[in-house]
Design a protein around this ligand. Sequence first.
Ligand code: ADP
Ligand code: ZN
Ligand code: ZN
Length: 810
Amino acid sequence: MVPRFCEVAVSVPLRKTFTYAVPTSLSQVVEPGSRVVVPFRNRALVGVVLSLSQRAPTETIVREIVEVLDPISALPAKLIELGLWVAQYYVAPPGEVFRGILPPAADIRHERELFLTDAGRQYSTELASHGNRSGAEIADLALLQFCEVEDRPVRFASLKKLPGGEGAAARLVRSGMLEAREVALRRHTRLQKILAWNPEVTPPEDEPARRVRDVLLSARGPLPLPRLIEAARVSRAVIARLEKRGALRSWEEPLSMDEDLLEAEFTPPSNELNQAQQLAVSEIISWLDSKEFTTGLLFGVTGSGKTEVYLRSIEETLARNRTALLLVPEIALTIGIGRLCRAWFGAGVAVLHSALPDVERAREWWRVRNGEARVVVGTRSAVFAPLENLGLVIVDEEQESAYKQEETPRYNGRDVAIVRARMESAVALLGSATPSLESFHHARSGKYRLLQLEMRIENRPLAAVEVVDLREDFRKSHQAGPISAQLDTAIAWRLAEGTQALLLMNRRGFSWFLLCRSCGATVQCENCSISLTYHKRRDRLLCHYCGYSRRAPKTCPKCQSEYVYFVGEGSEQLEEKLRERFPEARVGRLDRDTVRSKREFQKVLGAFASGKLDVLVGTQMVAKGHDFQRVTLVGVVSADTALSLPDFRAAERTFQLLTQVAGRAGRGTLPGTVLVQTYFPEHYAIQHAARQDYSGFFEKELQFRRLMNYPPFTALANLVVRDRKVENAIRWSRTLEGFLTRQESNGLRVLGPSPAPLARLRRDYRFQFLLKSPRRSFLSKILSSALEFCAKKEIPESAILLDVDPLNLL
Ligand code: ADP
Ligand code: ZN
Ligand code: ZN
């Protein structure tokens, strides 16, 4: 039977899908999962077919799909199912969910075309016949006549040739003389030449030819021409000669993938697994062999060799003819682990993350879709990689908030990974030294299987952690600098013995804010209810939320007093203080102000790893994952930054960050020390982190969550009502409050509306509801009906922000 209609997810912010007719010419090629071009209003958009059907929809006008983009369907059936789950669970527009699942449309270009209407034809004759024309009319006539002469749609871009053409086009479209439509055109991607060795031809026996053969045959495999020339150290002429002889085969491919991952010199360490690692791997093998959905939590202290367990598990998965996905929380971490995977599994590894240029990402994506790559390493969005026959999904550092997307669709990559594994009867493996409370709770209750690596590799000791009481330090020194006497001595000691120190300062900029000592005001952002941060090198005050910036005023903007002071230290200031205090030390800084690209990031990290820096200062960027061998001191300059935030996860975040950063010390053969500076030395998050006592912290925090009825004891959603006008935000919150409180008899708990902790953000006033329910599916259902209710009450969809399982309540 030929399909006559299809349901398409079109990338627009509306919570519905759209029905299109399938023209007979396309009925053979269109499938569920096909990318298609469809008319939408007067534009052409790319969408994805979710299902086919025979039955005509109830709407009267059904438009036809224009084009099917790919020879095979882009999305396998399981990914369509997963996308629909995400849309439903996170109450997100399906089109926006699927936009994130589809390959980047790097091969598509949009352009506007103009069509002459009947009215336009008539108007053209009229204008031509009457003599006295205004300047605008002259331009209008010229354009109309141009369209008539061309006798086909005119590209908007070609109007530049016509004087006044663009203005005339806008006028004529408005008055209905011309019709504008957007069309999608295929872009021709740039190609490059790839060379491979042809073993069937006896090669010439000279030295350059041998080098080419070695590179292509044993060291690297097929390479783009410029890379080959570089790697084999030969000239273009040598390549040309070998090609002529038939010793080289060549073909064209779209632009290269990220080549620096394939390093010829790099051989990964091959370690014999220790007993704990072996035990973990054999458990994972048994789950793979059961072919049943299993979630495992690999709880291993920092430096216990979790990566090795991941690699072996992937190897075992591939050996069973299934594919594997490895997620890491940050782009920077894909570099190291991508390199390891390439070294283990060769070209069958694809790396996917959002910072890749679209063309490259599309290429990697299609390599996965075509089955050329069977292992994917990537960040959050790679959870949607089009692997088929998935056997294993690993989520490294599963507790990381980077897995949560903080824009629509607000999904958590870790949770989607588990759902995906369930849909494919695969194994989900979560790894962490500091599991999230939720995950460890599930492991203890038996929902997840627990695997433990309790010791560091070779029984290296965990670093000793000392808490430095800043109140005490102030009493002695009468100075409230960022570096206590104890930390100062410890740094000096490292400089003298030639090892390295890593300092965590989890706030960027120079000073936290500018305070007026006369009236107590701080300088606030124009768009947000937050104090501006001072950045010295740029000599400006910046908002870290919306990007607003202004010159630092000399006098208080409120009372004109001259007594304005900079308060608090950020990473920029810490770097400056260190340089003053230790002029001979080589100091580097790693935060979003010093590194804006992957290249810069690698440069700083590389310099530190190779010993070209003595001290590295940074925000939480420095805390994660890295394996530095010569770090013997980790200093946490202030453990208190996160603790003071109004968020029930503040203690958990602090504990995790401190444990993570402490894990950067003493990873090599040299033992490490950690100094944690704080004004709250008794706080349980700090106390337990200092003892590196996860289970102690877990028990205490779990008790608090149970008492306060927070996750994992309840499902949580955050609903924010926002608008430029405070009256609207209040009125709509009141309306919604009525609806939500009516659901309380069904088991929903409603907290709010109350002003959000960031009561104003990017000019919007914000009111917040926290919604709790013992059942997650019930919560999603309530949220959907809340949205329907809003539509009925004419509250704009853009005024409602929904966050299911929120990680951040600001
Ligand atoms: P984690 O991710 O648990 O913090 P890593 O996987 O980074 O730990 O391992 C820490 C270090 O130990 C790495 O340098 C790794 O190469 C090494 N390593 C891992 N397993 C072994 C082993 N079985 N024998 C020796 N060294 C190992
Ligand atoms: Zn003032
Ligand atoms: Zn702002």
